[in-house]
Design a protein around this ligand. Structure first.
Ligand code: MN3
Length: 220
């Protein structure tokens, strides 16, 4: 068990074939338990996210100029990608970037409500935090099939959006502030088909400090 080859794949990402690598999770595998348990995370992070990274690297083999860009740059301008790899980069680059962002939106010490400028902006746009949650839940439950629910900045305005598959608001020039993964693989092992229970539970671990900090950076 002490050889690197036998280390748990979920905690020790496979060696990079580059240029992109699976980033470390910003929390311990059991940090979000019981809302998102370690078994679900081991698959979601260690298998699903890792596969997006590997497939993105494979798609970019032979494109050193593109491989030098950040994943956000790649998925923000899909029309600029060569047609032969556009779909692969959109799916797997999106899968990599969206999951990295999703992990950062959660924390063991998460939950509650945001403070400061973000709290005021939510109040202004949605009347109250409860109404924002209600609208966000509706968006998350309304994604047909696989996709994501987002809180974004569209210019200076907060907005709730949905994207299908691994698409991103970045491609519309919107700035993601918060995301919830509503692909079945994000909740099936614990919640089976009960997406509403997963979406209700995730509010307990939302990392509002991270979201508020992103909002504050944009407001500068
Ligand atoms: Mn996912």
């Amino acid at each position: 068990m002490s050889t690197p080859e036998k280390t748990n794949a979920a905690t020790a990402p496979a060696p990079a074939i580059g240029p992109f690598t699976l980033p470390p999770l910003p929390f311990e595998m059991d940090a979000l338990d019981p809302y998102i348990d370690a078994r679900m995370l081991e698959f979601h992070y260690g298998k699903h996210h890792a596969t997006y990274v590997n497939n993105l690297n494979a798609a970019l083999a032979g494109y050193p100029d593109l491989a030098a860009k950040t994943v956000e740059e790649l998925i923000s301008h899909p029309a600029a990608l060569p047609e032969t790899i556009r779909t692969a980069v959109r799916n797997n680059g999106g899968g990599h970037a969206n999951h990295t962002f999703y992990w950062n939106c959660m924390s063991k010490k998460g939950g509650g409500e945001p403070a400061g400028g973000l709290a005021r902006a939510i109040q202004h746009r949605f009347q109250s935090f409860a109404k924002f949650q209600e609208e966000f839940n509706k968006a998350a439950l309304g994604v047909f099939g696989s996709g994501w629910a987002w809180l974004v900045l569209n210019g200076k305005d907060l907005a709730i959006e949905q994207t299908p598959n691994q698409e991103t608001p970045l491609a519309l020039g919107h700035v993601p502030l918060l995301v919830v993964d509503v692909w079945e693989h994000a909740y099936y092992l614990k919640y089976q088909n009960r997406r509403a229970e997963y979406v209700a539970a995730i509010w307990n671990v939302i990392n509002w400090s991270f979201v508020a900090e992103r909002f504050a950076q944009q407001a500068k």
